[in-house]
Design a protein around this ligand. Structure first.
Ligand code: NI
Length: 445
């Protein structure tokens, strides 16, 4: 009896001690984030003023690597061209997780009036273009740099290992190049470090500052770019019967493609989008050209649905062309992204952390997003969770505020510490729970 009582007391004490120390780690994380906030904002403004396109993140990559080295992390550079991996081993045993931030900017001329706006120009596809962090990756990078420093300040008491993934080329590698999350994986980052979960975030315009958006299961669409070439037979515009008009065939194809989603896809299971965004053919009003090229995008939320949509487009393109005596090819271009899929069990596990960090009223389930994100490649391999942080000031109209990728994209910087707290808290809670014996989430695919 005595022994049992002693055991009970010991268990209670251990429980309270671990609870107290977790509580204590929470406070230390929050304090570190508050202390670091001015520097995170400074880093963000510096990156914003010095944006670099995909696979050209040379300066950004050096800023990140220098910072991680100064913190004493084990740092690998040149991953997937300009990517950086930092490894922080905590002083206590625990699981290994990865936190990912993307670093690239877009070929957009910035039109905001912030004092640190970008005036950078570069050459992209043989054109001189402006460069702008129009998708907020400057925020992701600086937030993760801050978290690295916050976790280092708790290192001795931190359970487990945190892998910091600073990823290039999320927006897609330039033509003819590889890059991004898929190349990091190909180069072995996941095999080398074996994280049992990967986490990432994205700042989102048209969502009020500080609101956290999440969704279990599919979150963002898989994307495919397609190219259709219709081959006809050149002739005088006044004598079309002598040739085969690829412009008429192309317009029939564009019309018919509208039925791939509306008539051939079970939209009660998942939505889908098929868009033709470019048509090129012909040079003069009275010459029927030889061929027409069309470019477009497909968005789907399920691999089976994706194959079906692709098969249906291919069939329609080929047969419509054939019906007019033309020929047509349909090709999926390199650079497809899979669906960003949040592991449902992992989502359940991190929700309390997000609520703790941002307040329960600020954490909301969001609808599917038809935009794509190459974080999807990590989520394909390892149970993952990706979430959004609103950055549009609350007094603006959420429907009309400039969206991500706009020259007027604007980040309300008061969202930055909220992003840091949410990202940091879910990582910390995962590590603490893992150290206390909670098993890894098995991929519930
Ligand atoms: Ni982005």
């Amino acid at each position: 009896m005595r022994l049992e009582g002693f055991n009970m007391a010991l268990i209670a004490w251990l429980f309270l001690a671990s609870f107290a120390s977790a509580e204590n780690l929470d406070t230390r994380l929050a304090t570190a984030i508050t202390t670091l906030e001015p520097r995170v904002i400074e880093w963000r403004r510096d990156l914003h003023q010095n944006p670099e396109l995909s696979n050209r993140e040379f300066r950004t990559s050096k800023v990140v690597a220098d910072h991680l080295k100064r913190l004493g992390l084990e740092v690998q550079t040149g991953i997937a061209k300009t990517g950086i991996v930092g490894v922080l081993k905590g002083g206590k045993p625990g699981p290994t997780i990865a936190l990912r931030a993307d670093m690239d900017a877009l070929p957009v001329v910035e039109q905001t009036d912030v004092p640190f706006r970008s005036r950078v120009t570069t050459t992209y596809r043989n054109q001189t273009v402006g460069v702008m962090h129009a998708c907020g990756h400057d925020v992701h990078t600086s937030v993760l740099m801050g978290l690295a420093e916050a976790f280092v300040s708790m290192r001795a008491d931190l359970p487990g290992t945190v892998i910091f993934l600073f990823q290039p080329a999320e927006e897609g590698a330039p033509e003819g190049e590889e890059g991004g999350a898929s190349l990091m994986i190909e180069e072995g980052v996941l095999q080398r470090h074996r994280p049992e979960a990967v986490f990432g975030l994205h700042v989102f315009a048209n969502m009020p500052t500080g609101l956290i958006g999440y969704r279990g299961g599919p979150l963002m669409a898989g994307s495919d770019t397609f190219r259709i070439v219709v081959k006809g037979k050149q002739t005088h515009g006044a004598r079309p019967w002598v040739g085969i008009d690829p412009i008429v065939v192309s317009s029939q194809i564009v019309g018919a493609l509208q039925t791939v989603v509306s008539r051939q896809t079970d939209i009660t299971l998942n939505p889908a989008v098929v868009t033709v965004g470019a048509i090129k053919g012909g040079v003069r009003f009275n010459i029927v050209p030889d061929d027409v090229e069309m470019l477009g995008t497909i968005r789907t939320f399920d691999p089976q649905q994706r194959s079906m949509v692709i098969k249906n487009i291919d069939r329609m393109v080929t047969n419509i062309a054939e019906a007019s005596g033309a020929t047509a090819t349909f090709e999926i271009q390199p650079g497809s992204n899979p669906v960003v899929r949040n592991d449902p069990m992992l989502t359940e596990r991190v929700l309390p952390s997000l609520r703790k960090a941002a307040g329960a009223n600020s954490v909301r389930a969001v609808p599917l997003v038809t935009g794509a994100e190459d974080f999807a490649f990590f989520a394909e391999k390892v149970p993952s969770f990706f979430f959004f942080v609103g950055v549009t000031p609350r007094d603006q109209n959420m429907l009309t505020a400039a969206s991500n990728h706009s020259p007027l994209f604007y980040v309300d910087e008061t969202a930055i510490p909220i992003a840091s707290r949410a990202f940091g808290q879910l990582a910390l809670d995962y590590l603490v729970a893992g150290a206390a014996g909670e098993p890894a989430v098995q991929s519930s695919r």
